[in-house]
Design a binder for this molecule. Structure first.
Ligand SMILES: Nc1ncnc2c1ncn2[C@@H]1O[C@H](COP(=O)(O)OP(=O)(O)OP(=O)(O)O)[C@@H](O)[C@H]1O
Ligand SMILES: [Mg+2]
Length: 144
């Protein structure tokens, strides 16, 4: 499905709707160009999931940040700086793909091979001539 988000506020509204459908064990892969709004979307989802405070200390904090949510734990990942998939395998990233975790991943294309078929894929794209607008594409999994 495609949805035009006309402002950052609409992106946050979408994040709220989307988060209400998530349950522990869900993995959300958020792709899109630099500055497309992946972090805006991820942070809004984290707030909607009940994350209120700063990340818990983690040895892998540049790649994975852990948070306490409402009825779940939330892992926010940014794979931008990853060199290859084996780096994530070594961290034991699959631990975060099951309850109690809800996992939000920016730059998932760095290691698509690690993601399962049940991953929820979101893509954000800028729209030429409309600096405040984004095109969101989502796979059907979240609407069924
Ligand atoms: N409709 C919109 N939705 C989301 N962000 C928007 C929108 N319109 C404008 N913006 C702006 O776009 C920027 C998005 O920045 P953000 O850090 O979320 O991008 P990103 O995709 O995470 O980039 P990076 O790949 O560098 O991590 C913010 O400055 C935000 O205010
Ligand atoms: Mg980002």
């Amino acid at each position: 499905m495609h949805k035009r988000l006309n402002s950052e506020a609409e992106t946050i509204e979408f994040a709220n709707e989307m988060s209400a459908r998530l349950k522990p064990g869900d993995v959300v892969a958020i792709s899109g160009d630099l500055g497309a709004g992946k972090s805006v979307l991820a942070r809004a989802m984290m707030r909607a999931l009940g994350v209120s405070d700063t990340a818990l200390p983690s040895p892998t904090y540049t790649i994975i940040q852990e948070y306490e949510g409402r009825g779940c734990r939330v892992a926010h990942m940014d794979w931008y700086r990853l060199s290859d998939e084996s780096e994530l395998g070594a961290i034991g990233v699959r631990e975060y793909f099951m309850p109690p975790w809800i996992c939000l991943i920016e730059w998932p294309e760095r290691a698509y091979g690690l993601l399962s078929g049940s991953t929820i894929h979101l893509n954000l794209q800028c729209i030429e001539g409309a600096p405040e607008a984004r095109m969101l594409e989502a796979n059907d999994r979240i609407w069924t």
